[in-house]
Write a protein that binds this ligand. Structure first.
Ligand code: SF4
Ligand code: SF4
Length: 161
């Protein structure tokens, strides 16, 4: 029995669900991008709100005190078509050294098991340096990140091999 997979399985109207939530996941403290993701964002004319943390890994400079992503305007993502993988996979997140987890925001109740597993596998397959940068990013946001994330319940996702 996988306790991390919710029972409601309908994948309906994610835009409506996320709009009513006012983009809580974009107010946790920025996001991390690979070299290709970073280039896709800045080379399509978007402002560069990143800093390089290591070779091929970039981190968004989030805005305090609310932890807002700089690309969020009026609760909408201004780089939606080129947003990084971590943003596209939410509410599935990968916790370094532990594995994939499901953040129980409203959208999580509307995703199918197949979608959740697919997202978990995609996040788990990211190169190690990206996963390390994500962990480092969370450490830098420290207690503020944890406090913001604690608004949600979080479940481990078991992936059967
Ligand atoms: S993915 Fe979840 S937290 Fe993010 S906007 Fe949608 S409902 Fe809100
Ligand atoms: S890039 Fe877009 S989806 Fe990702 S945190 Fe920023 S506003 Fe949200």
């Amino acid at each position: 029995m996988n306790e991390g997979i919710p029972k409601r399985l309908d994948d309906t109207d994610p835009v409506k669900i996320c709009t009513s939530c006012e983009s809580q996941c974009c107010k946790l403290g920025g996001a991390v991008a690979t070299e290709n993701e970073y280039r896709a964002i800045v080379e399509t004319g978007n402002p560069d709100y990143f800093e390089k943390v290591t070779d091929g890994v970039y981190q968004m400079k989030w805005i305090e005190p609310e932890g807002r992503c700089p690309y969020l305007e009026d609760n909408l993502c201004t780089i939606y078509s080129v947003r990084p993988l971590g943003c596209r996979m939410f509410p599935v997140v990968h916790v370094q050294g532990i594995g994939p987890h499901l953040v129980r925001c409203e959208l999580s109740y509307h995703l199918t098991s197949a979608t959740i597993i697919e997202r978990a596998l995609l996040l788990s397959s990211r190169p190690e340096e990206v996963a390390d940068a994500v962990l480092d990013h969370r450490k830098r946001a420290s207690c503020k990140f944890e406090r913001r994330l604690s608004r949600f319940d979080i479940n481990y996702i078991e992936i059967e091999k």
